[in-house]
Design a protein. Structure first.
Length: 285
């Protein structure tokens, strides 16, 4: 997930001084701090050399140098299908998925170092070796670090919704970002997404349906009264005024992905009365 969506702050102050530091695309997740303490610091010290990939940096400490390309076989010490989770937060989802699926390799992409240190604790506790992590901005990972057609699946769960309309341009899921995903995802590979905000879910569905490289795995699914979008609008959830006649006739929502465990972040969303929207798309061959 991205528990990192709770860890928001403005980008580094130096970016206001040097125009070269401004990014043309949104970063995957924004963060609060990088300091490690206590158990997280110890876990990082014990495990980072084995499990954390340290790419050469271009500008910021979450950037990736233009000439760095990851060889997954070397990084994992074996050849296996590759799953990439963008915005792993505290690592709950990817660690449990890797534990239950030892035949595949899992790469965690996250900018928040304490979250990756928490993932190291889980990796150590589970005794698993099929996880690697990189502290880096996802668009740069997709542009530079990962090879073309190298990932079997890409997961993006609960990326920052940027609620205010003037901030929607900062949302990660848009056509230009999907171009990057398409480059890395194998033909026939799966892009999985989830969000707990209906407005962002609608945008995800719209841009994915319009993108020529992706097709919905569940067209028309959970439409009408079964749609969480219908429930949100009819019942006036998320601060909307109730719309008794609203019907989501399009659907296309995926059933809950079985390997996406209930994380602490999602639990808070459900406790707050929000609903979750899942989407699954196949990259065209």
């Amino acid at each position: 997930m991205s528990d990192s969506s709770e860890e928001q702050q403005h980008p580094e102050a130096s970016a206001t001084r040097d125009p070269a530091l401004f990014r043309a695309e949104p970063v995957s997740f924004v963060r609060r701090g990088n300091r490690l303490q206590g158990r997280r610091a110890s876990a990082w010290e014990r495990n980072a050399d084995q499990y954390v990939i340290e790419p050469p940096r271009k500008i910021a400490d979450t950037s990736v140098a233009d000439d760095f390309e990851l060889n997954p076989d070397e990084a994992f010490g074996r050849t296996a299908p590759l799953i990439v989770e963008i915005g792993t937060g505290l690592g709950e989802c990817i660690a449990n998925a890797a534990k239950d699926d030892p035949e595949r390799n899992y790469l965690a992409v996250e900018v928040y170092r304490p979250g990756l240190a928490q993932l190291m604790l889980k990796v150590e506790s589970f005794g698993i070796e099929n996880v690697r992590a990189v502290q880096a901005n996802a668009p740069e990972v997709l542009d530079v670090m990962l090879q073309e057609n190298s990932a079997d699946e890409i997961w993006i769960f609960f990326s920052d919704p940027w609620h205010k309309p003037r901030h929607h341009k900062r949302r990660l899921i848009k056509a230009s970002f999907l171009d990057k995903v398409s480059r890395v995802l194998k033909p026939g590979g799966t892009l999985r997404l989830a969000t707990d905000w209906s407005n962002y879910a609608e945008q995800m569905r719209e841009v994915l349906d319009a993108h020529p490289d992706f097709s919905n795995q569940f067209p028309g699914n959970l439409a009408g009264a079964e749609s969480n979008l219908t429930k949100v609008r009819v019942n006036g959830m998320e601060g909307f005024e109730p719309e008794p006649d609203f019907v989501d006739e399009q659907g296309g929502w995926a059933p809950r992905f079985e390997r996406r465990i209930l994380t602490s972040f999602e639990g808070k969303a459900l406790k707050a009365g929000r609903l979750v929207f899942d989407l699954a798309y196949t990259r065209a061959g």
